[in-house]
Design a protein around this ligand. Sequence first.
Ligand SMILES: [Zn+2]
Length: 134
Amino acid sequence: MIKKVGNTKVLPKHKATCHCGSVVLELTLPNGIENPRRCDCSICRRKGAIVGSVDLSGIQILKGKEFLKLYQFNTNTANHYFCSNCGIYTHHQRRSNPNEYGFNIGCLEGVNPFDLGDVVTKDGVNHPADRKAS
Ligand SMILES: [Zn+2]
């Protein structure tokens, strides 16, 4: 659990925005940033974001719901959201745990995700849901 990133305190209710500001989210992060990671699955390797985790109840859309676009692929289980104006990925409902959102740590106001230092990379290529029983 990370309560401070660089000089920025992670607030229990922390705002997150896309790049153009059309989308504003409020994240409930009582324990700070939990489980920050990168992932090498086909979508994450392209977007390159460092992602944190929050319960589904932990994201409120304050502004710009109409700008959020849903992207789905493969099993159409995960819901990937991005701003349709500036293209920035904000959050996604996970396939590995549908009770959780992953969110773009780079969208948190005042937080520089590179201040987190080394972050683990999840083995998304070998997603548990893609493994076939042999
Ligand atoms: Zn935007």
